[in-house]
Write a protein that binds this ligand. Structure first.
Ligand SMILES: Cc1cc2nc3c(=O)[nH]c(=O)nc-3n(C[C@H](O)[C@H](O)[C@H](O)COP(=O)(O)O)c2cc1C
Length: 260
């Protein structure tokens, strides 16, 4: 049995977002689901000292639940990252977790773990929130195989929309099951290649300032590589990345803040 961790940014354990996850769970009988509700945990807001980025995560002045939560994600076979839309963005507790684990964007740790992202809303912005969750997930190294944004007002009031969402949830469950069973490295999309390149270039450009980032990438032999895994990359994507890399390096070199 594969273990799916549902990482929830909602304070409501039986809320809208979890109700949609239950649809996915019902379609995935070969997996066990563990629900992790971030509001049950102590997650202090980031104070911007950057000790985790400059040194190590254990240098963080807060000894709360963030480390254990990140380990839960690392040990999952699959992840469903979910949030309600709060004032047009993710919930505060989830944002605190994302800020506190910013070092894991510099030093990605969820390599190739299949992930689904889901955001719900009453009326609007769920797509933006779901896209944001996907960007975070894939920057952490996860293999984001699908994303779902649900307008709950419409879901309850419009039967056609409800059916459309349920079909989409069903398609995502199927894709998720395939990804969980597959031992093959995924072929990265252009966006995944781009994200890999952004953080790799950042590690190279900020070598003096953040030597631990560079060491982390070097130890994993990622500096010379085009992606985290040995997956073959289609020639046209490789070509586009070669064209973009030079420009990217210039943008990041001028964009990085070299002093704290
Ligand atoms: C503090 C707060 C802020 C919200 N902000 C928005 C919003 O900006 N746009 C919107 O359409 N719905 C908003 N909502 C509604 C929730 O996003 C929506 O009901 C969601 O499905 C709740 O998910 P949950 O039951 O899993 O917590 C907000 C709700 C709360 C409590």
């Amino acid at each position: 049995m594969k273990k799916i961790v549902v990482f929830s940014g909602s304070p409501r354990k039986n809320g809208h977002t979890v109700q949609i996850v239950k649809k996915i769970e019902a379609d995935m009988s070969d997996s066990v689901f563990e629900y992790v509700y971030l509001y049950d945990y102590e997650i202090h807001g980031c104070i911007g000292c950057k000790a985790c980025i400059r040194k190590d995560e254990i240098a963080c002045p807060y000894k709360d639940d963030v480390h254990d939560l990140l380990v839960k994600l690392e040990n999952a076979d699959g992840i469903i990252l979910i949030s309600p839309t709060y004032s047009r963005v993710v919930s505060g507790q989830l944002k605190n977790f994302i800020d506190r684990t910013n070092f894991a964007l510099h030093r990605p740790r969820l390599i190739n773990i299949p992930m689904v992202t889901l955001a719900t809303t009453d009326i609007g912005m769920a797509k933006n929130v779901a896209n944001y969750l996907s960007v975070i997930g894939s920057s952490l190294g996860a293999n984001v195989i699908g994303s779902l944004a649900v307008k709950m007002g419409k879901y309850y009031n419009d039967e056609t929309y409800k059916l459309k969402i349920e079909n989409r949830a069903n398609q995502i469950s199927k894709r998720f099951e395939i990804a969980l069973k597959s031992n093959e490295d995924i072929t990265p999309t252009l966006r995944q290649l781009m994200r890999f390149n952004v953080w790799k270039t950042r590690a190279i450009v900020s070598k003096e300032m953040y030597p631990n980032d560079y060491k982390y990438w070097e130890e994993r032999n990622w500096i010379e590589k085009d992606f985290f895994t040995a997956a073959s990359i289609p020639a046209h994507r490789k070509f586009i990345m070669t064209l973009l890399s030079k420009r990217l390096r210039k943008v990041i070199r001028t964009g990085v803040v070299y002093k704290d």
